[in-house]
Design a binder for this molecule. Structure first.
Ligand code: MTE
Ligand code: MO
Length: 249
């Protein structure tokens, strides 16, 4: 085992971050971190590798606890939150708008059919409605009503290799996120076209957003531009800044 030569103060912000997320309990030392992860802690990149190894370990634990049969709670229409809260990594006046008639959804990676999708083509697929709770990592939640195409229906329609590990989502506002395949295939994971029984307004992710009640709100990407099926861990806007990648609720 390599002796850690980076001081605890050097990586204090990273350790504090992990502690806040409950990944490190009490006074986990650099030595035990090295033992746990098998990473060389004598350099900064080694420390980084150890921290990422811890996070991936956390992802694996969460994935092992996942059950495709476990459903997120659903609610009656009377429980829908009004007014519904907008959230994005920018303020509401900066919401991007596209013409839904000109918009196309790109499909890439491990799929048989890479032709782009129009709103009309998506509307012609089977639709599923849900009233579920959207839980933001910032500590607030709200109940909303969405409907659209179950992602498993879409993935099978495009001939996706559903043995692939990940599905990645890119948005035309610069946002991105990604899912493990099991969560992508969960029956409550939908490509939502409607919010409160109307076509999505721009601030709610027009013309197409992901809606996944079994994950924290930041996974429900709005303003979708492309979907990729891949075996390479894709990351995402918040995931790359240290939010837990799996983020099941
Ligand atoms: N394209 C895009 N999707 C996004 C975000 C974003 O900034 N851009 N923010 C995420 C976060 S953190 C939350 S809580 C929800 C907010 O969705 P809402 O505005 O419908 O409440 O969108 C998620 N999807
Ligand atoms: Mo969020």
């Amino acid at each position: 085992m390599t002796r850690p030569s980076v001081s605890a103060a050097d990586i204090k912000p990273d350790l504090d971050r992990l502690r806040r997320r409950g990944l490190l309990r009490g006074g986990l030392s650099l030595g035990s971190l090295a033992l746990l992860t098998g990473c060389d802690l004598s350099t900064h990149s080694g420390v980084d590798a150890a921290l990422w190894a811890m996070l991936r370990f956390n992802d694996r634990v969460q994935a092992a606890l996942f059950s495709p049969a476990r459903m997120a709670a659903t609610y009656p229409a009377s429980a829908i939150t009004h007014p519904f809260r907008f959230n994005a990594y920018y303020p509401e006046w900066q919401v991007r708008q596209v013409d839904p008639a000109a918009w196309r959804l790109d499909v890439s990676g491990l799929v048989a059919d890479k032709s782009p999708w129009t709103v009309e083509k998506l509307q012609a697929l089977p639709q599923e409605a849900q009233i579920t709770r959207h839980i933001c990592i910032e500590g607030w939640s709200q109940v909303g009503q969405w409907s659209g195409v179950p992602l498993h229906v879409f993935l099978r329609r495009v001939g996706a290799d559903t043995r692939a590990r990940y599905v990645a989502f890119s948005c035309f506002d610069g946002y991105s996120t990604s899912l493990d395949m099991a969560s992508a295939l969960h029956p409550q994971t939908i490509l939502a076209l409607d919010f409160e029984q109307q076509p999505l307004a721009p601030q709610w992710g027009s013309p197409l957003r992901l809606r996944i009640p079994i994950k924290l709100g930041f996974k429900s990407a709005k303003n979708l531009q492309s979907i990729e099926v891949t075996n390479t861990l894709p990351g995402g806007f918040w995931e790359n800044q240290g939010y837990n990648w799996y983020s099941g609720v």
